[in-house]
Ligand binder design. Structure first.
Ligand code: FSX
Ligand code: SF4
Ligand code: F3S
Length: 370
């Protein structure tokens, strides 16, 4: 096999690395990597995908197709037969409409419908129209012939930014309108591209949809709160908080809870999976999590507001940090190294396979008394 050759622009090494990371994310044993890789290689069973855009910023597509991680975008584009995608397709106007119509007809009952963006319902849905049809009508028609629907991003999952009060267009998510099809929500604004890739690969490997939580999200990606494996968690447990952007605690890498971090109420894998191929995520660069995977948090709870911690869950591993002196935090370099180590562990496909049961933690009112 050639070094380049499986997928154009993707080396064999990158391909295998991605399959290992995806398998680990799915919680599969290492022995399953070859099965996942085989499913990814099989091009004869590529599901037809119709991808519709409604009220959104296209960040979801953008984050999937970044040229910095060609393996992810190549894999996605090779795993599926992307028959219709308004941002990527060359055709336009009647030609584009024809390809949408032809694909829906040819693949009736078998295609995957991916929806990006919220759907306006007020005033008969006139606030988003493509080709003279309202988003609501286009969704209904495309959903009728779909095998399953993937709502990518928080907009398609729950309405997203457009649904924030007073919600002038009456924006809602796919599941508010479609009741008779399996719907997988992959929220995030934008979601991590690996969560989409892993869902598609899971389907390609096992020919069934992954297990979902009550919000319709794949449990493998949204089964735990980011607070459970955040590198700032030792600071939270020790009561060391940044109190203002740029203050001493902030520059020392302390917990961002008092700046409004929604990590204790947000189900997502950002703190393990990270973003942009360089191992960063919002909290690692000093910004509180704004709960972008949660329907009631993203833009609906002020960034600075603190979330209540109703169901405290334990940190999944404690950093071996020493207090340098009484009342002072651990060396920020140490916590930084731990953060990097966590990122590297994901690359090696270890962290996501690790599961600890929920349980009580001490001091569950941490930080809420101020
Ligand atoms: Fe929404 Fe996706 Fe946020 Fe944007 O399109 S989830 S506004 S990142 O891109 O739908
Ligand atoms: Fe990390 Fe936020 Fe939890 Fe603090 S509150 S430990 S910054 S997730
Ligand atoms: Fe979103 Fe919070 Fe992750 S803002 S990207 S869920 S850290």
């Amino acid at each position: 096999m050639s070094k380049e050759g499986l997928f154009p622009g993707t080396t064999r090494r990158d391909f295998i690395k991605t399959c290992v990371a995806v398998s680990a994310m799915l919680g599969l044993p290492f022995s399953m990597v070859s099965k996942v890789a085989a499913a990814a290689r099989k091009s004869d069973s590529r599901p037809a995908v119709i991808w519709l855009h409604f009220q959104e910023c296209t960040g979801c597509s953008e984050s999937l197709l970044r040229s910095t991680h060609p393996t992810v975008s190549n894999l996605i584009l090779d795993l599926i037969s992307l028959d219709y995608h308004e941002t990527l397709m060359a055709g336009s106007g009647h030609q584009a409409e024809k390809s949408l119509h032809d694909s829906m007809l040819a693949n009736k009952g078998n295609y995957i419908l991916v929806v990006e963006g919220g759907i306006p319902t007020k005033d008969n849905g006139i606030y988003c129209k493509v080709s003279g049809k309202t988003a609501q009508d286009s969704l209904k028609k495309a959903a009728d012939g779909a095998l399953a629907i993937i709502a990518i991003g928080t907009c398609a999952s729950y309405g997203g930014i457009q649904s924030v009060g007073p919600n002038p267009t009456g924006a809602v998510g796919v599941r508010d309108l479609v009741k008779d099809k399996p719907i997988i929500n992959i929220p995030g604004c934008p979601p991590n591209p690996y969560n989409f890739l892993s869902t598609v690969l899971y389907y390609a490997t096992f020919k069934k949809l992954p297990e979902l939580d009550q919000m319709g999200r794949p449990k493998f990606a949204y089964g735990r709160k980011i607070h459970e494996h955040c590198e700032r968690r030792p600071h939270f447990d020790a009561g060391r908080f940044a109190r203002a952007f740029g203050d001493d605690g902030h520059s020392q890498g302390y917990c961002l809870y008092k700046l409004g971090c929604k990590g204790p109420a947000t189900y997502a894998n950002c703190s393990v999976l990270r973003f942009n191929d360089v191992g960063v995520w919002p909290v690692s660069v000093g910004h509180p999590c704004i709960g972008c995977t949660e329907p009631d948090l993203l833009f609906k709870t002020a960034i600075a507001d603190k979330v209540q911690i109703h169901e405290p869950t334990p940190f999944d591993s404690y950093a071996p940090v020493d207090l340098k002196e009484k009342g002072k935090g651990p060396d920020p370099l140490t916590t930084g190294v731990i953060g990097l180590a966590a990122g590297a562990a994901i690359g090696a496909g270890i962290m996501m396979a690790k599961k600890l049961p929920d349980g009580p933690e001490k001091g569950d009112d941490h930080g809420q008394s101020e």
